[in-house]
Design a protein around this ligand. Structure first.
Ligand code: SAM
Length: 224
């Protein structure tokens, strides 16, 4: 990746490299802990009032969201392309004493393997999985298909406003997306009711400086 060179427009191949097991294993191996260990604020806001059931967390990273869900009574399947991340999720689940409630599994969202639809989930969450615009519809449709009728899809991502305001480096052309993009992608999968579709701001510290960032937050209810 060449994010540091402002004159270099990454190619589609380079963007896709950032969604491989090699890339993420190396990133996780380079540090003991990449993420905070706290659940994502948007997950807490969007899921705290939901009755627990079966949940799928796609791109679970080190497992903080899966552990929070399990602690609220959800039966969680946590998947990621990185086996290093999955080992950490499993380890943290044991530490949090919720390992009986979390299954981990390898899933490559770009390849759609293994198929997620073997089972249907009452909640499917995806936090900060930014994929090239060429792949967006395929990736998010496959994920949405794992939502049970009457279940919910929660997608949270960095909003393109963060690039415009300069608080965040571009993840590459078109990688960040506004809320409307999600419904546009998944509307062919099923009929949905839009429960949340917003650009929501929050305070964050990036490189030591407090900044206001914007999240894309989308919560869709799959109609029965
Ligand atoms: C920005 S991190 C977010 C992690 C976690 N969801 C969170 O919010 O803290 C993106 C995660 O997606 C995973 N990922 C990247 N490419 C993937 C792919 N093709 N399939 C599944 N997961 C992928 C990475 O390993 C990483 O854990």
């Amino acid at each position: 990746m060449h994010h540091h060179d402002p004159d270099h427009e990454p190619t589609l191949e380079e963007l896709r490299e950032a969604l491989t097991e090699e890339f993420w294993d190396a990133k996780y191996e380079a540090s003991q802990r990449v993420w905070s260990g706290n659940p994502n604020q948007r997950l807490v806001e969007q899921a705290r009032d939901l009755a627990p059931g079966r949940a799928l967390d796609v791109g679970c990273g080190e497992g903080a969201d899966a552990i929070w869900l399990a602690g609220r009574g959800w039966d969680v399947t946590a998947v990621d392309v990185s086996t290093v991340a999955l080992d950490r999720t499993a380890e943290h689940a044991i530490e949090a004493d919720v390992d009986d409630d979390i299954d981990v599994g390898v899933y490559d969202a770009m390849a759609g393997r293994p198929k997620l639809r073997r089972e249907r989930y009452d909640l499917v969450t995806v936090h900060f999985l930014h994929v090239p615009r060429e792949d967006f519809d395929d990736v998010y449709r496959r994920i949405a298909a794992a939502v049970a009728p009457g279940g919910r899809l929660l997608v949270v991502a960095h909003h393109p406003a963060d690039v415009e305001s300069g608080v965040r480096p571009s993840h590459g052309p078109g990688l960040l997306f506004p809320p409307e993009r999600v419904l546009q992608a998944v509307r062919d999968v099923a009929a949905w009711s839009v429960e949340t579709s917003e650009a929501a701001t929050r305070e964050q510290v990036i490189d030591g400086a407090p900044v206001t960032v914007t999240d894309t937050v989308v919560r869709l209810l799959r109609n029965r």
